[in-house]
Design a protein around this ligand. Structure first.
Ligand SMILES: Nc1ncnc2c1ncn2[C@@H]1O[C@H](COP(=O)(O)OP(=O)(O)OP(=O)(O)O)[C@@H](O)[C@H]1O
Ligand SMILES: [Mg+2]
Length: 427
């Protein structure tokens, strides 16, 4: 073939290529249009790992948590996994399993692809706004809440300026806490409101934190309530031992290292802090008048909490406890610094009934009226009552325990009576 013909020949091949290419892209364009007309569904994929450095996507894990809880009710094929830091089995959709969800009357489909580690969401394009907006917001919110509930919680303690932690597994709940039901309900409501009010706090420009002061005699349930709070909200606990802290710099370091969704606990502040704000030393635990040993003042701590928390992460509770609330400087415990004061007192009859139900699953008994009368006359702590209700032998029956409690209450009543008589006799 002559060069001239060769070039013409090549030109026509090239032109054909161009034609096919253009024809193909218009086919693609029209087929795309046709497809969307014929197939009006939108698909969105959520991959487990995203970005150049392949970070695990938060959206993926929230969707996984959401679907594992909702799909386990409907999907036909599930798989069960033990997940690190999670005490229970986590069910999730088996590979290629499809799950139909419904939101405000709109159907949508989730499909999990195991080998690609992705979730595919399919929905009709006319629901675009509803799905991209409220639905996905609902899925991520629910998923995150489920993750918090399932995650293994930790109990941190500080030795000096470093935290160390153990797995937090305390059985106390507000159901098992001996307290008047309506007071308990009010506290639970306050806590649940707090945990759901992130937007509220950012709208009013306040740090998302709430400070509780639990006060009352020893053995009335202050530490038990803290555990119940952590279990209710799924929070970690940071048990801050202030006497182990040298100065404010160490305190700042410890507080900055705490994570959100946690309770910072400062027990027995009357024993670990200078309550008047002067740089003296607090007393040893339980010794009302002994010398003080820490270098951190309550006002210094509260200023940190006010200042520190407005500067960084939110959703933290701070809980102070004390046996001697009357010792605390009112300026330091005023509302706004310590938002909620909770008095845990001696055991009343309603609180006793909670303990009787916890320990013996009894809600009434012929000895209850006698116990009610004695509890109205004698101050005894739930710890003491719990001690008497503890079954002494495997076959023990409630009567033995209730009778031993009555004996103890009657002797306490006589001792009180004697004390009163002595007081009257002393001139
Ligand atoms: N209100 C309560 N409800 C249920 N159990 C209680 C209650 N109060 C005390 N107890 C029982 O008594 C034990 C001691 O209670 P807890 O440690 O909560 O007392 P506390 O108020 O923190 O005492 P302290 O002031 O000495 O720290 C707990 O293990 C718990 O079993
Ligand atoms: Mg305690």
């Amino acid at each position: 073939m002559s060069p001239r013909n060769m070039i013409t020949h090549l030109g026509s091949i090239f032109a054909t290529f161009i034609f096919i290419y253009q024809f193909r892209s218009s086919i693609e364009k029209y087929s795309q249009k046709l497809l969307t007309f014929v197939y009006p569904y939108i698909q969105i994929t959520f991959k487990e790992f995203t970005g150049e450095i392949l970070v695990r996507s938060e959206a993926y894990s929230a969707i996984e948590a959401y679907l594992s809880s909702t799909s386990s009710l409907h999907a036909k094929r599930l798989k069960a996994d033990m997940v690190k830091n999670n005490p229970s089995l986590v069910l999730s959709m088996d590979g290629h399993e499809e799950f139909v969800d419904e939101f405000q009357g709109v159907k949508l489909w989730w499909k999990f692809t195991e080998e690609k580690r992705l979730y595919k969401l399919t929905f009709h394009k006319k629901h675009w706004d509803l799905i991209i907006g409220p639905y996905l917001k609902h899925v991520l919110k629910q998923g995150k809440a489920i993750q918090v509930k399932n995650r293994q919680r930790k109990l941190y303690t500080n030795n000096g300026s470093n935290w160390s932690h153990v797995v937090f597994e305390h059985p106390a709940t507000f159901q098992t806490l001996a307290m008047e039901p309506d007071r308990k309900e009010e506290i639970v409501e306050d806590l649940v409101n707090f945990s759901g009010s992130g937007e509220f706090y950012s709208r009013i420009g306040r740090a998302w934190k709430r400070v509780y002061l639990l006060y009352g005699p020893p053995g009335t349930g202050k530490s038990t309530m803290i555990a119940a709070m952590a279990n209710l909200l799924g929070y970690d606990i940071y048990d801050l031992e202030l006497t182990a802290i040298k100065d404010n710099a160490e305190l700042r370091k410890l507080l900055i290292e705490t994570s959100s969704k946690s309770i910072i606990v400062v027990e027995d502040i009357d024993c670990s802090l200078d309550l008047t704000g002067q740089m003296k030393y607090p007393r040893q635990k339980g010794n009302k008048d002994g010398p003080k040993t820490s270098h951190v003042t309550l006002s210094g701590l509260l200023n940190f909490i006010d200042g520190f928390w407005s500067a960084c992460g939110g959703e933290r509770l701070v809980v102070f406890t004390t046996n001697f609330v009357e010792e605390l400087d009112p300026a330091l415990i005023r509302k706004g610094r310590m938002d909620k004061h909770i008095h845990l007192s001696y055991c009343g009859f309603e609180a006793f009934k909670v303990l009787a139900k916890n320990y013996w699953k009894i809600e009434c008994h012929d000895l209850f009226p006698k116990i009610q009368d004695l509890l109205n006359e004698v101050n005894t702590t739930p710890a003491d009552v719990a001690e008497h209700l503890m079954p002494t032998s495997a076959s023990g029956d409630p009567r033995t325990c209730l009778e031993s409690l009555i004996l103890a209450l009657e002797s306490a009543k006589q001792a009180k009576h004697k004390e009163l008589c002595c007081e009257e006799e002393t001139p």
